[in-house]
Design a protein around this ligand. Structure first.
Ligand SMILES: [Fe+2]
Length: 249
């Protein structure tokens, strides 16, 4: 499997607090069948620790790769970030301060959970206008999407790709999130499922349980698509053909 969303870099954000936890998360990912993982530290343009793409972040990734090799943990680590979408996001992407997953045309973007859909849509449109295709992190967790899932029709039509959290499918965030996540997969709105892991204890990198759920509740082909084939297209920066979903009404 390929995990395109994980807060595993040690001491960077609210994810792995230190190298030991990061290594534990990496070992857990490998044990559950993950071969490749994109590190996605939170990147906010208003926080004191911005985590813009720079040499420091590059060094942290190199250092983590080095430790994984030393500990014999066969996990391929790719660069990335989880961008908190604001009106400054398009400019920062243009300046190279914010990057797509593995430097692809697919930036991972999240929004405030309680907000107005119009604001998120405006920002997404500006990113699309740059010639990029935003991967929207866990839309099933946004209150305004739960209240009006038809927003997803618009985002899909704009060319955005939707990433569902494994925890949402497993019911860790609540029933509303779980029901919407199931509907997104069932209707063909989910492009990828990722861990959004934050620690080796809660919200982990373990992916086998969600893989089993997708196989059993949907199909083995769905599990493969959302956990392997589609994430591979993102990290390889392949052109992604648009597939029409079953629209929300
Ligand atoms: Fe995240």
């Amino acid at each position: 499997m390929i995990d395109i969303h994980a807060h595993i870099l040690p001491g960077i954000d609210d994810g792995a607090p230190d190298m030991d936890s990061a290594l534990e998360m990496a070992a857990m990912a490998v044990e559950s069948g993950v071969s490749t993982l994109a590190v996605t530290p939170h990147c906010m343009d208003f926080a004191s620790r911005r985590n813009f793409w720079d040499q420091q972040l590059e060094m942290e990734i190199a250092n983590f790769r080095h430790r994984l090799k030393k500990e014999n943990i066969p996990l391929e680590i790719l660069p990335g970030m989880e961008i908190f979408g604001t009106h400054k996001t398009p400019a920062y992407i243009r300046q190279g301060k914010m990057i797509g997953i593995n430097h692809s045309q697919y930036p991972l973007i999240e929004f405030e959970f309680y907000n107005y859909a119009s604001q998120s849509t405006e920002i997404l449109q500006q990113v699309v206008d740059l010639g990029l295709r935003p991967v929207i992190a866990h839309p099933e967790r946004y209150q305004y999407v739960q209240q009006d899932p038809a927003i997803l029709n618009m985002w899909a039509e704009m060319g955005c790709l939707l990433q569902v959290n494994k925890g949402s499918l497993l019911g860790s965030f609540g029933r509303t999130e779980q029901a919407l996540a199931f509907e997104m997969v069932g209707r063909g709105f989910a492009f990828a499922v990722a861990s959004d892991a934050h620690s080796p204890v809660m919200r982990t990198t373990w992916m086998k349980d969600v893989q089993r759920l997708l196989k059993e509740e949907f199909s083995p082909a769905t599990a493969k698509k959302l956990l392997e084939t589609n994430p591979a297209k993102i990290i390889n920066n392949e052109t992604i053909r648009w597939e029409e979903p079953h629209w929300f009404r």
